[in-house]
Design a protein around this ligand. Structure first.
Ligand code: NAI
Length: 262
């Protein structure tokens, strides 16, 4: 069902790898709500994923950019502004990867080159993206930027490894760039902390299937799906949440507010 919440708005969606990606659902819902979007991912993800399928159905350009590269991000933002003929109204950061987790290396044994990569890809890329948008004055007044986080950024959770540190940093960037964007440009910057979701990134976490089941049982409303998350992000892109900024907001069926014994 469409409410035309994003009618006339234009924005960038990062992180569409395949149909399971949370960003896939956000892009689809944004277009259903009247927005125009530009999709981006790394050259490798574009080649091996199915982003072009989605792009064809929602009539969106696809621009290759590695989010750890400032020059790629500059090219991305320039291309988006040229394509839309002006400033952007929303941006989704939906990017995460940990080489330590991929290789099964626990938090007590981190490889520090991999650790730096985790933080660069999963958190510093958010700062780089925000800094690029800021320098180019690429966001309209009232625009909204959202990044995706996880509860392990607030609470200790074995198995989430160095991604926990990346998510804590992502949430801190949300506050610290958020205040600058709010005061100087009237732009909102938030982080949505999503339930565990079976995506390509999610599958990398050891014991993910059991974890999803356990957390689903503990969450009073059950886990939020990728489409639930997308619906929430759409409200944050819309004008209905004009005064919400610098927050970590939970799309998690209430999980973050209960003790597991409840
Ligand atoms: P996904 O695997 O579909 O998306 C991750 C995306 O990051 C991929 O599209 C990948 O190509 C992209 N990416 C990796 N390195 C990149 C780089 N250097 N430059 C640009 N893009 C790059 O998985 P999912 O789950 O949709 O992940 C999206 C976001 O949601 C991530 O930030 C993830 O940490 C977060 N999240 C996921 C949860 C889950 O359980 N799946 C729960 C809470 C948050």
């Amino acid at each position: 069902m469409s409410y035309n919440l994003l009618k006339g708005k234009r924005g960038i969606i990062t992180g569409v790898l395949n149909e399971q990606s949370i960003a896939w659902q956000v892009a689809k819902r944004a277009v259903e709500e009247g927005a125009e979007v530009l999709l981006t991912n790394t050259p490798m993800a574009i080649r091996f994923g199915t982003i072009n399928q989605l792009a064809a159905t929602i009539n969106s350009p696809v621009v290759a950019a590695d989010a750890t590269s400032v020059s790629d991000l500059e090219h991305l933002v320039d291309t988006a502004m040229e394509h839309f003929g002006g400033q952007l109204d929303f941006v989704l950061h939906s990017i995460g990867m940990s080489p330590n987790i991929r290789k099964g290396i626990g938090y007590e044994a981190l490889n520090y080159d991999f650790y730096a990569k985790t933080l660069d890809i999963s958190a510093m890329s958010y700062h780089k993206l925000l800094q690029t948008l800021y320098k180019k004055d690429a966001l309209s007044k009232g625009a909204s930027v959202v990044a995706l986080s996880y509860i392990a950024g607030d609470r200790a959770m074995r198995g989430y490894g160095d991604m926990a540190d990346a998510k804590a940093m992502l949430q801190s960037i949300t506050r610290n760039f958020g205040i600058i964007f709010a005061q100087e440009k009237g732009v909102r910057v938030n982080t949505v902390s999503q339930s565990p979701t079976m995506t390509t990134a999610g599958q990398g976490i050891e014991g993910m299937t059991e974890m999803i089941d356990t957390i689903d049982r503990i969450s009073p409303l059950g886990n939020a799906s990728a489409t639930d998350c997308a619906d929430y992000v759409i409200t944050l892109f819309s004008d209905l949440t004009r005064k919400i900024t610098m927050q970590t907001l939970y799309s998690d069926g209430g999980y973050s507010s209960v003790l597991p014994i409840s």
